[in-house]
Design a protein around this ligand. Structure first.
Ligand code: FAD
Length: 496
């Protein structure tokens, strides 16, 4: 038994970040050895958006021991095979970022190089035709991938408010104590500068040895109390506003998120079992709030079910995510627009990494330094991926022109230049987005490289064509044989 072991963790904030952290920590630490307390204020409330995920999220549920069908039933969720991008690249263009690749390498060369070669020889099949998730999604089909030969992955859409409630139930069942109240003071230890306790408006004092700041945009601990600077990325990602509104279901829930580009931003549509989630993300410098709201309301498939809610944000992240005895998660740690549904993924990885580097009361600074280094790389790489959606577009409106003209982060410039020269992507270990994702966005937006891999030329063109044709035919069969997404949901995941 380590005499210096930390015995209490206090989480401030009960949104998605707070309850995800509480649930995972409660599942990890022995409840006799670790007291976990979560403080939240009903009066302040939660953001209650964030309804689309990436496949990594399934590991989170598996770690918690959550059954997939029960989870989707409780949160009125649906399956997600990827994101359909409409009007990105240019108006009228549609492409799909699926959770899967474009097939096995042929003679050691990734399939997109063969696709480029065939396209240059006049073939007209789109790269999406080689994607297994697209074969299902375009037909409104869903079935989990065969685990013996997984050709794609899936994630979920869910109702964020139901999800926070669901997680709270789990975490409290595993021993997390919830304290209601608004924090008004945060005393620090005069010697170490560490947070000692949280003082609530009603006078209660909640102590702790380690604190997690999940207070959303308020960033009460990491920002306001510990003065951790915010790295502003708005010169790269000018969207600073969002409006969200739920609407009535008007058709069968699609097994994918749709993202439609607009003159100064983009719009999302997330299909759930009981309703649709809709929203617009836009740059207020290029689009007035009233125009954004009108565009959003004018495009709903069904009647709005609530008043639209507005949000303001600044793209960026904290200079450090762990400072002294405090780690920040969720909006308190930074903001990236939800174009690729990365908010929840960053929370999940943030808590997982905290468990990996969890300190004792010696607080060895090397743990925080390594935690911060890995988080910074993760955030910066995801930022690059989001910027890429904008800067390779050919759209003519001023916001898009500015995106093409801007000076890119060096890491992204290097990726795009290498791609342009060779069709290859210099990727580091541990990047959140691997080659098939970059290929989906770059080829999907019409950003073609000048050359493909010369090794692709070793095979006769007809042989490559026959191989690629077989894959497409195989995927057509996959799409035809799978059940309708709605049928699958009704059968397995429908609330009684
Ligand atoms: P919040 O939900 O704001 O929670 C903050 C908590 O802190 C609340 O409980 C509040 O009561 C508490 N609090 C604050 N101050 C105090 C105080 N002084 N005392 C006591 N309690 C306090 N992510 C995805 O992965 N997929 C998506 O599709 C997606 N879509 C999004 C769409 C929009 C428009 C936006 C803005 C974000 C989206 N995100 C998405 C991101 C996702 O919503 C967030 O990562 C997630 O909701 C995290 O929120 P949070 O818990 O940090 O903050």
């Amino acid at each position: 038994m380590n005499e210096a072991a930390i015995r209490s963790i206090t989480i401030l904030g009960g949104g998605t970040a707070g309850w995800m952290a509480a649930a995972l920590l409660a599942r990890t630490f022995d409840r006799q050895a670790m007291r976990i307390t979560l403080v939240e204020s009903e009066e302040i409330g939660i953001i209650g958006v964030g309804e689309a995920t990436v496949p990594l999220f399934r590991h989170f549920n598996e770690t918690l021991g959550v059954d997939e069908h029960a989870f989707l039933r409780e949160t009125m969720g649906s399956y997600k095979l990827g994101i359909e991008f409409c009007d990105w690249g240019r108006i009228g263009n549609t492409h799909f970022h699926g959770f899967g690749d474009y097939g096995e390498p042929i003679a050691g060369v990734a399939p997109h190089h063969h696709w480029l070669r065939l396209s240059r020889a006049g073939d007209t099949a789109s790269i999406d035709d080689h994607s297994a998730p697209y074969a299902l999604a375009q037909r409104g089909k869903f079935a989990p991938a065969d685990p013996r030969q997984p050709r794609y992955a899936h994630a979920y859409h869910f109702d964020a408010v139901l999800y926070a409630r669901y997680l709270r139930g789990l975490a409290e069942g595993w021993g997390v104590t919830r304290v209601e109240g608004r924090v008004v003071d945060v005393p620090l230890d005069p010697q170490t500068g560490h947070i000692r306790s949280l003082v609530l408006a009603d006078g209660q004092v909640v102590d702790g040895e380690f604190f997690i700041d999940c207070t959303g945009f308020a960033a009460e601990l990491i920002g306001k109390r510990l003065d951790t600077p915010y790295v502003d990325w708005s010169h790269w990602l000018p969207c600073d506003s969002a409006i969200a509104v739920p609407s009535a279901r008007h058709d069968a829930p699609a097994p994918f998120t749709r993202s439609t580009a607009l003159a100064a931003g983009w719009q999302w549509r997330i299909p759930l079992q009981h309703r649709e989630g809709n929203g617009i993300v836009y740059a207020s410098a290029h689009m007035a709030d009233a125009a954004a709201e009108a565009a959003l309301l004018g495009s709903l498939g069904g009647a709005p079910l609530a008043n639209p809610r507005r949000f303001r944000f600044t793209a960026g992240r904290r200079e450090a995510f762990w400072r002294r005895n405090c780690v920040a998660l969720g909006f308190a740690s930074g903001f990236l627009e939800p174009l690729e549904s990365t908010g929840i993924q960053l929370i999940q990885n943030g808590v997982g990494r905290l468990i990996e580097f969890f300190p004792d009361r010696h607080f060895d600074p090397r743990l925080a330094a390594e935690y911060n280094r890995v988080c910074q790389v993760e955030w910066d790489r995801i930022r690059d991926f989001i910027i890429a959606h904008y800067c390779v577009s050919q759209r003519a409106e001023p916001m898009w022109q500015a995106a093409r003209a801007m000076v890119l982060p060096d890491t992204l410039r290097h990726k795009l230049e290498t791609w342009q020269a060779s069709g290859k992507l210099p990727l580091l270990d541990g990047e959140s987005y691997m080659e098939p994702s970059w290929v989906a966005i770059l080829l999907g937006n019409g950003f073609l490289p000048q050359r493909h891999d010369p090794l692709a030329e070793r095979l006769p063109l007809d042989m490559v064509r026959a191989h690629m044709d077989r894959r497409r035919e195989d995927l057509v069969r996959l799409g035809r044989s799978a059940p309708d997404h709605r049928f699958y949901l009704d059968r397995h995941c429908r609330a009684a």
